[in-house]
Design a binder for this molecule. Structure first.
Ligand SMILES: Nc1ncnc2c1ncn2[C@@H]1O[C@H](COP(=O)(O)OP(=O)(O)OP(=O)(O)O)[C@@H](O)[C@H]1O
Ligand SMILES: [Mg+2]
Length: 375
């Protein structure tokens, strides 16, 4: 009898150990899933969750009713449908204002049979905020690009029609219209060039950075290129070099482009008869906000300052968005596509440098690029 009991006990112990090991390994597997998984009983109380769910919703969520964790009606009513048995599974995309206003995709499934600890449904959550905002950015981009191209195109075709009809024999009108058409087609060419340059930058982020770039040469080149523009705007450009500038490792053509875009802006948005000041200096490191991926070690900073109205906070936050232009400059009919700073930002990211903007009523606007000496 004693032998029989002891062998039954051994059998049970080994079975319990095996089951415990199985349960632990099941839980470990669930914990490796990067997305939250929740198990509910028939009343909607949480009876199990994986590590990602605890990180997302907090550690003490067990036994909490799902309606206390989420308030979005569409999500809660989909869960009710599954719990009441009127649906076997539901899929829903919803906002969670209580969890950082994320957009989540939820898959709610009824379990085929009630498990011992009463789990009735399993919910898996997937954060789709980033995918949705990327999709929106892409469609905004296409909408903006086609709008920007269509405007000059309609001007050109309007003038062609006028030249073919009412202004056919009017030599003065012909000269004036051809001038406008030339200007508009040049604008289209710049726009297409900028768009191509942006998409090349976005696609080819892995382009090797291997040129030894002499910033004195780059500054000389862009000063030469923009001399006439500065003269036409009656703007005086001054360069101030504070210490010895080392050569930097990067892409020569891209660095030309970023500095030319910033000087072009400084001249274009400076009031007439004012001064643009460029300050260039070697600095021990690149200033960065937490989480920003900048190269460590020595760098060169190039700051472009122009006078002008203080830029407000909302505008400041959006200046490097594609096609974003301040209303005041659109009203002043200052030409631009709104792509210059978006291109500059991409190049800076690629070089693991930084671009900062400061604006005060007294000092005006300063756009500073930091480029690391070594990659
Ligand atoms: N130095 C500056 N001073 C004041 N505002 C500026 C300055 N640089 C840029 N901005 C503002 O930021 C907006 C975006 O600049 P960005 O260079 O991207 O485009 P843009 O100059 O309008 O056109 P593009 O450079 O493509 O010809 C400008 O339209 C302008 O409103
Ligand atoms: Mg510009």
């Amino acid at each position: 009898m004693a032998q029989a009991i002891s062998s039954i006990h051994r059998l049970w112990t080994s079975k319990t150990d095996a089951l415990e090991a199985q349960a632990l390994s099941d839980a470990a597997v669930f914990d490796t899933f990067p997305d939250p998984i929740l198990m509910l009983d028939g009343e909607g109380n949480l009876i199990g969750s994986n590590l990602a769910a605890k990180q997302f919703l907090g550690a003490n969520i067990v036994s909490t009713n799902i309606a206390h964790l989420f308030s979005t009606n569409i999500f809660i009513s989909s869960i009710e449908k599954v719990l009441k048995g009127s649906s076997d599974s539901e899929r829903v995309v919803f906002h969670t204002p209580e969890h950082g206003n994320r957009q989540l995709f939820a898959h709610i499934t009824k379990l085929p049979h009630q498990t011992k600890n009463r789990a009735v449904a399993v919910i898996s959550l997937y954060d789709v905020s980033r995918a949705i905002s990327l999709e929106k950015m892409q469609s905004d981009f296409v909408a903006n690009a086609s709008h920007e191209l269509r405007t000059p195109l309609s001007v050109i075709s309007g003038f062609i029609e006028t030249l073919q009809t009412t202004a056919r024999d009017d030599a003065d009108a012909r000269d004036a219209f051809l001038g406008i058409m030339k200007e508009q087609s040049e604008y289209m060419a710049t726009l297409i060039e900028d768009l191509l340059s942006l998409s090349r930058l976005e696609m080819g982020q892995d382009k090797e950075l291997k040129d030894k770039v002499d910033l004195h040469e780059v500054m000389d080149d862009i000063m030469q290129a923009l001399k006439i523009k500065a003269f036409q705007h009656s703007v005086n450009v001054k360069i101030n070099q504070l210490n010895r500038i080392p050569k930097i490792v990067g892409d020569n053509q891209q660095i030309h482009q970023i500095l030319q875009n910033l000087l072009d802006n400084a001249i274009k948005y400076a009031p007439e008869n004012s001064e643009v000041n460029i300050e260039i200096k070697a600095v021990p490191e690149i200033p960065a906000k937490p989480g920003q991926n900048v190269a460590l070690g020595r760098a060169v900073s190039i700051a472009f300052n122009n006078k002008g109205q203080k830029i407000n906070k909302e505008d400041l936050a959006r200046l490097t968005e594609k096609f974003y232009r301040m209303q005041i400059h659109k009203d002043m009919k200052i030409k631009g596509t709104g792509l210059g700073l978006a291109i500059a930002k991409q190049i800076v990211l690629h070089h693991r440098g930084n671009l900062t903007v400061s604006s005060t009523a007294y000092r005006g606007n300063t756009f500073t690029v930091y480029l690391p000496v070594k990659q």
